[in-house]
Design a protein around this ligand. Structure first.
Ligand SMILES: NC(=O)c1ccc[n+]([C@@H]2O[C@H](COP(=O)([O-])OP(=O)(O)OC[C@H]3O[C@@H](n4cnc5c(N)ncnc54)[C@H](OP(=O)(O)O)[C@@H]3O)[C@@H](O)[C@H]2O)c1
Length: 348
């Protein structure tokens, strides 16, 4: 089945996704009946492009790599912005399923402009796939209700732990199970900085490594101050624990005050300092917290080093379930978008 794709945001994740689609093209077509055509791209500073007959993904990649704008790829007047693109793609949604892939910059305050992009995509008849945790952390309940009411699909596997099937696992394989709480290490950049300081790197050197790899957020203070982890905690609570919280509701402390001496002293004493995200139910409802914790050696999170992430879910029926990602980079986040596309296809 041919699926038309509108790429809202064309940064690190979306560009790797375009390459990965090409790398997985035969398997997606032969094993999952998914064939994709990019019909529109919207960015903030690199312009927009639209062609209902299909844009050349490789050409788009080369254009932005040269630092040029995308308008020249359009066969008709280029859209002004993401909302204009989605409006003008609405007729395309009648011919073949249209899927908007939202990968714009994270905003932990209100999830914008991604929330507006997702609503505009629903208006245009599109299903939505996103790796942006902002909308899931800030407006999940409303967006899910709007998607349901309008017969649209809304998937967000890449919002937490890249392509590791966490939300898919819960949705597809744990029917009727209640998540009572969770604990995890969910921010790669801070975990890498802590591991780097344990090895003798300075805070800034370790952060620079993550920025060079395209893993740190565009605004690295979102990682260092715990906002990214708080947004993921809110997203996990909203989806897995039926909460209705935003990142600001998470009790949050970042790692900016940690020093190499502190993390090395903890290691020397057989412990480990980690930025731990946790959520639990109390009488007032679900509560969340992100803070550096000194963990005993026997704590499974104490062994989650460097680029690894882990989440342990406490459930009513299945006891405790642990999901460990030994390493992740842009390919795994891009793959999350691919798995969500296959999920859309399976429901059509
Ligand atoms: N990088 C990772 O490893 C990773 C992992 C999991 C989740 N994520 C999430 O995935 C999303 C994308 O990450 P990224 O690393 O690809 O970010 P990025 O490289 O900074 O790219 C963001 C893209 O969004 C575009 N954009 C921003 N505001 C826009 C607007 N109002 N309208 C249209 N386009 C807009 C930017 O346009 P310009 O190109 O013109 O600046 C850029 O193309 C973020 O929400 C991030 O939290 C990233």
């Amino acid at each position: 089945m041919l699926m038309n794709l509108a790429l809202i945001g064309f940064g690190n994740v979306a560009r790797r996704f375009v390459q990965l689609l090409d790398e997985l093209r035969v398997a997606l077509r032969d094993e999952h009946d998914v064939e994709c055509r990019v019909v529109g791209i919207a960015t903030r500073r690199h312009g927009c492009a639209m062609d209902p007959a299909g844009l050349d993904g490789r050409q788009a990649l080369e254009t932005v790599a040269r630092g040029e704008r995308l308008e020249g790829l359009s066969t008709r007047e280029a859209p002004r912005d993401a909302l204009d693109l989605l409006r003008r793609l609405a007729p395309v949604a009648g011919a073949a399923p249209l899927v908007a892939l939202e990968t714009t910059t994270l905003n932990v305050t209100d999830g914008q402009p991604a929330v507006d992009h997702i609503r505009a995509a629903f208006d245009a008849g599109a299903h939505v796939v996103t790796a942006n945790k902002g909308p899931v952390a800030c407006a999940f309940g409303q967006l899910r209700a709007e998607a349901l009411a309008r017969g649209r699909q809304f998937f967000f596997e890449g919002a937490v732990m890249d392509g590791v099937p966490l939300f898919n696992l819960f949705r597809e394989s744990l029917p009727a199970v209640r998540v009572l709480g969770l604990r995890g290490i969910v921010n790669t950049t801070t975990n890498f900085i802590i591991a780097g300081m344990e090895r003798g790197q300075s805070f800034d050197e370790a952060l620079s490594d993550m920025q060079r790899a395209g893993i740190a957020e565009a605004d690295a203070s979102l990682d260092v101050d715990g906002w990214d982890a708080a947004a993921k905690t809110a997203a996990l609570m909203n989806v897995l624990m039926a909460a209705d919280v935003s990142p600001a509701a998470i009790d949050r402390t970042g790692i900016s005050r940690l020093t190499p001496a502190q993390v090395q002293a903890a290691r020397a004493a057989g412990r480990a300092i980690k930025l731990v995200a946790s959520a639990w139910l109390d009488e007032g409802g679900p509560r969340g917290r992100v803070a550096p914790e000194t963990l005993e050696a026997g704590d499974p999170l104490a062994r989650i080093d460097g680029v690894a992430n882990a989440i342990y879910l406490r459930t009513d029926v299945m006891g405790e379930l642990g999901i460990v990602q030994c390493g992740g980079d842009l390919t795994q986040t891009a793959y999350a978008l691919v798995t969500d596309l296959v999920s859309v296809r399976r429901r059509l």
